[in-house]
Each structure stands twice: as structure tokens, then as C-alpha cells.
Design a protein around this ligand. Structure first.
Ligand SMILES: Nc1ncnc2c1ncn2[C@@H]1O[C@H](COP(=O)(O)OP(=O)(O)O)[C@@H](O)[C@H]1O
Ligand SMILES: [Mg+2]
Length: 317
């Protein structure tokens, strides 16, 4: 049995309405101390609203949230001392250096005790400590933002889309920093629309769509429970292949001039498709059968893409 105080975050039936918009629709979940928890969903799903209610910034329409056993509607002042926040679209003072910014925040939040050098090291900004904010790339800015969230050594850290808009390399560098947080034993609530990010970093992922959590579990569990099908990819430029697959009643999830990707519920389905292609005198250059990845599970559950460009991406095997 988990005791109540093993939880860093407890969310019960949380709902938020903005006029006619139901942004967060009756969500419940818990995050254990030391856990990395990801809210994964597309733009407009309600991630920022949920996170900013949990980290005390916004007020809910209804529902209950506790952090480290304290009710957010009653203990805001005690809670903010123990949590760190990287808001979505973080930005800072243009002409102030990395070190000066950290020193300033340290004075605001903690007094003289913050080890600035250690923080700079933790987010890998040693070479940039004298650089002004305006000269930092997107990835470096996000790393500064993470360091600022850690200035008062919080136990629970909220990171709202920490890698959105970064190029792949900068994203990997932020991931390294986030893995460091996990090793430090911080509890992390992260939002993202990158399946890869959730899969890589999170112990538990909650898939959120239109304000509702529609599936929750470890990345492995999510795939196990929601993906009772396989993905067949046929490499073929032959238009007949597409026709044959459609005629058999399979709906291709992706196709382009040299590839067709099909969701197949039974192993016999693969055989059925391959036989029909042979009988129909069509041809393919290669094939691959694999389990779906988290992004494909999301697509199946919601019918939505997580972010633009997803359809063209090949999932990992
Ligand atoms: N302050 C606000 N006032 C009115 N509507 C809002 C406000 N914040 C968010 N929304 C709406 O709530 C929904 C969820 O938004 P948001 O929480 O920002 O989602 P996400 O972070 O997943 O992109 C969207 O339809 C958005 O337009
Ligand atoms: Mg958001």
C-alpha cells in the first residue's frame, strides 16, 4: 500500500471552464515522490491549464489538488517554497547574463545559500555563464529557465513544454538536463507533445485529449494495453498495392509514393494482405511488421496527431 504522504501530487476530479470552453474535464491522477510524470497531448488539450492549477497559479472550477500533502487552495504560500516552475514560453531579462539572472533569482527566493556554480553545472551552462540572455539560443534559454526553477532547491518541479520549438540537438541537450533532475530525486511533472520525450523521460504518461485523460500508465503499459494490433509497412511504389489493401477492408494509416503503413489486428491479416498482393499481380520491395509506438497508440485512441509533421515520421521499431 502506498501511504498518502508518498505522493508529491494528488489531483482529484479537476475541472476548469473558461466561459463555454471546458479546458480540463474531470481529470484525476497521482504522482509519487521521485517520479517523472508526463502529460502528453496536442496543442489545446488542456496541459498548461492543468499544470498551472496544480502549481497554484490558476484556480480550478472544481476538484481538489494537493502537493506534498498540502491543499493548493489553502496552502499556496507553503507550497510555492517547495516547487519550481518552468512556464511554457519562458523568457528572461535580455541584457542580463546567465550568472546575474541566477544570482538575482537566488536573492528573490532563497537568500545567500544558493550554490550558483552547482546550478550552472547542472544545466551545463558553464561556458555561457557570462553570456546575456538575448544572445542565448533556444536550448540554452530553456536550460537557464530550468536552472531558475531550481534556485530554491524545490522538491517538485513543473516543466511546461520544455523542448517545444527546439531543434533535435538542443532537445537532446535539454533531455540530458532533465535526466539529471531525475537522478537528483526531484519529482517532475512535465508536459509535452513529443511522444519520444514522454517515452524517454517519464515513469508514467497520461495521455490528455480535449481536457480528458484518456489513457495512463508507463510507456510500456500504454502500448501493451492499447495496442492489440501491429503495424505492417510495405515498401512499394505500386498503386495496385494500395487498392488491394483497401479492398480487403484495411485502412492505411499512412501512404506516400513509396510506402504504405497498415494497422493489422491479427497476424493472419498480414498473411491475407501478402497473399492478395501476390494474387493481384502487384509487387512490393520490402516489408516490416512491428508493434506500434506511443505516437501511433495516441493516434488510434484520439484520431488526432500530436503535432504537425507527425504523419510523415516513421516510428521506431
Ligand atoms: N486563460 C484562458 N482563457 C480562456 N481560454 C483559455 C485560457 N487558457 C487556455 N484556454 C483554452 O483552454 C484550452 C486548453 O488550453 P491549454 O491549457 O493552453 O492547452 P495546452 O497547454 O494543452 O495547449 C484551449 O482551448 C485554450 O484556448
Ligand atoms: Mg500549453
Amino acid at each position: 500500500m502506498t501511504r498518502a504522504n508518498d505522493y508529491a501530487i494528488e489531483v482529484e476530479n479537476l475541472t476548469k471552464r473558461y466561459g463555454g470552453v471546458l479546458a480540463v474535464d474531470d481529470i484525476s491522477f497521482t504522482v509519487k515522490i521521485g517520479e517523472v510524470f508526463a502529460l502528453l497531448g496536442p496543442n489545446g488539450a488542456g496541459k498548461t491549464t492543468a499544470v498551472e492549477i496544480i502549481d497554484t497559479i490558476r484556480t480550478p472550477t472544481s476538484g481538489k489538488v494537493s502537493i506534498l500533502g498540502m491543499d493548493v487552495s489553502k496552502k499556496k504560500y507553503d507550497i510555492v517554497r517547495r516547487i519550481g516552475v518552468l512556464p511554457q514560453g519562458f523568457s528572461s531579462f535580455d541584457r542580463i547574463t546567465v550568472r546575474e539572472t541566477l544570482q538575482y533569482y537566488a536573492r528573490l527566493y532563497r537568500g545567500r545559500n544558493t550554490d550558483i556554480d552547482r546550478l550552472i553545472e547542472l544545466v551545463n551552462l558553464k561556458d555561457k555563464s557570462k553570456e546575456q540572455y538575448r544572445n542565448l539560443s533556444g536550448g540554452l534559454r530553456q536550460r537557464l529557465g530550468i536552472a531558475l526553477a531550481l534556485v530554491h532547491d524545490p522538491e517538485v518541479v513543473f516543466l511546461d513544454e520544455p523542448t517545444t520549438g527546439l531543434d533535435p540537438r538542443a532537445r537532446h541537450e535539454v533531455w540530458e538536463v532533465l535526466q539529471g533532475l531525475k537522478e537528483e530525486g526531484k519529482t517532475v511533472l512535465l508536459t509535452t507533445h513529443y511522444m519520444e520525450e514522454a517515452e524517454l523521460l517519464a515513469d508514467t504518461v497520461a495521455i490528455i485529449s480535449r481536457g480528458k485523460i484518456i489513457a495512463m500508465g508507463s510507456p510500456g503499459e500504454l502500448i501493451e494495453t492499447n495496442a492489440n494490433y501491429q503495424i505492417l509497412t510495405l515498401r512499394s511504389a505500386d498503386e495496385k498495392v494500395f487498392e488491394i489493401v483497401r479492398k480487403l477492408g484495411f485502412e492505411p494509416v499512412l501512404y506516400n509514393s513509396d510506402k504504405i503503413k497498415i494497422r493489422v489486428e491479427h497476424t493472419e491479416g498480414v498473411q491475407q494482405i501478402l497473399s492478395a498482393i501476390k494474387e493481384g499481380g502487384a509487387s512490393y520491395l520490402g516489408l516490416d511488421v512491428r508493434k506500434p509506438n506511443l505516437e501511433e497508440v495516441f493516434l488510434k485512441l484520439t484520431g488526432e496527431a500530436l503535432h504537425d509533421g507527425h504523419i510523415g515520421e516513421e516510428g521506431s521499431a
